[in-house]
Design a protein around this ligand. Structure first.
Ligand code: NAD
Ligand code: IPM
Ligand code: MN
Length: 358
């Protein structure tokens, strides 16, 4: 059975890193005799320039039918005018909403070989292996009203933080399942001392917790969580949190790993093959130079193999090849080395071994 993968390279380094991820997917497909049919479409700034919209209906419809969607990144200074009628990021938000991918899994590992790439002290970093489950289709990103106001010559703006109970419950439920399958610890991150949505969030976490007695759950305020993420990161197992808190905490967590360029993500919903993208952006400062770290995109391709195509062995083989490349000293510039995007990709391809990935 052929798999259909929609590739949305996007802007900036997006095309550079999705190209790398495709090479790795192709190598895995060749070994496991999978047929991967790709179609590529515009999203973000390049789509605004060519189609007048950040995500057109036909592309979204194709993504909804696909076995998985692989995305690079969107955005850049060209489209950053605060008065512009349409922004690249709207395409990404419409895609996430249109696919119904309410849970964004962002695993954060510290590879022993990269302990020195982080500004944190090595003893803080040992054993860090956490998973942030970020709510992705609700909260501040999507709440209504969201608009500009003008009154008595003053300009104002409003964004709304809103959650329905079921939106919280489905992502929390998944986080409990994931925690139960890992080290059995779940930190629910909120701001319940201030926000009504967070108090609802806490109540729902407590309800769902009844069904998972094997999971030890704690509630952590987001400001404390930001501090603990750098003070004692190895103490975390699974973190579940609302959309914007998860966005901010995972950029912070990237510092543990050593670079923004390393972290992958999988966005999953109730149905469909999911959306896979590195957590970094379009990196306009290095775009077009062929020096972006492709590992976040390659590890996202591994998650695509695991969750989208249900090819666990292939996913592990890719993850192990990345780990070996790092262990053997392969480094792009963000990690203090000099390998180009393509050279790093080849380093991973050379180390792909499909014999008994453990
Ligand atoms: P960014 O993640 O693009 O870059 C932050 C820093 O990390 C930069 O110095 C960049 O060079 C570095 N970096 C990021 N990815 C890297 C990689 N793979 N290899 C090496 N270095 C890497 O964040 P930003 O500069 O704040 O945002 C730029 C644009 O990207 C904005 O328009 C933003 O909206 C967009 N963005 C998009 C996504 C997405 O599409 N999922 C995610 C985040 C930001
Ligand atoms: C991310 C990005 C996006 C987000 C932006 C580009 C809309 O920062 O994927 O982390 O905030 O979700
Ligand atoms: Mn982000």
């Amino acid at each position: 059975m052929p798999f259909h993968i929609v590739v949305l390279p996007g802007d900036g380094i997006g095309p550079e890193v999705t190209q790398a991820a495709r090479q790795v997917l192709d190598a895995a497909a060749a070994h496991y005799k999978l047929t991967l049919n790709y179609t590529e479409h515009l999203i973000g700034g390049c789509a605004i320039d060519q189609l007048g919209t950040a995500l057109d209906d036909a592309t979204l419809a194709e993504c909804q039918q696909a076995d998985a969607v692989l995305l690079g990144a969107v955005g850049g200074p060209k489209w950053d005018d605060p008065t512009a009628p349409v922004r690249p990021e709207q395409g990404l938000l419409a895609l996430r909403k249109g696919l119904g991918v309410f849970a964004n899994l962002r695993p954060v590992r510290v590879y022993p070989a990269l302990i020195d790439a982080s500004p944190l002290r090595p003893e803080k970093l040992r054993g860090v292996d956490l998973l942030v489950v970020r709510e992705l289709t609700g909260g501040l990103y999507f709440g209504q009203p969201k608009r500009r106001l003008e009154e008595n010559g003053r300009r104002g703006a409003v964004d709304s933080l809103f959650y329905w109970d079921y939106e919280i419950e489905r992502v929390v439920e998944l986080a409990f399942q994931l925690a139960a399958a890992r080290r059995g610890r779940l930190a629910s991150v909120d701001k319940a001392n201030v926000l009504e949505t967070s108090r609802l969030w806490r109540q729902i976490v407590q309800q769902v917790a009844q069904r998972y007695p094997q999971v030890q759950v704690e509630h952590v305020l987001v400001d404390t969580a930001a501090m603990r993420l750098v003070a004692s990161p190895a103490a975390f197992d699974v973190i579940v949190t609302e959309n914007m808190f998860g966005d901010i905490l995972t950029d912070e967590a990237a510092v543990l790993a050593g670079s923004m360029g390393l972290l992958p993500s999988a966005s999953l919903g109730a149905a469909g093959g999911g959306l896979y993208e590195p957590i970094h952006g379009s990196a306009p400062d290095i775009a077009g130079q062929g020096i972006a770290n492709p590992l976040g995109a390659i590890l996202s391709a591994a998650l695509l193999l695991r969750y989208g195509l249900k090819q666990e062995s292939a996913a592990r083989a890719v993850e192990q090849a990345v780990e070996r490349a790092l262990q053997e000293g392969c480094r792009t510039r963000d990690l203090g080395g000099s390998l180009s995007t393509q050279a790093m990709t080849e380093a991973v391809l050379e180390r792909l071994s499909f014999e008994h990935p453990s």
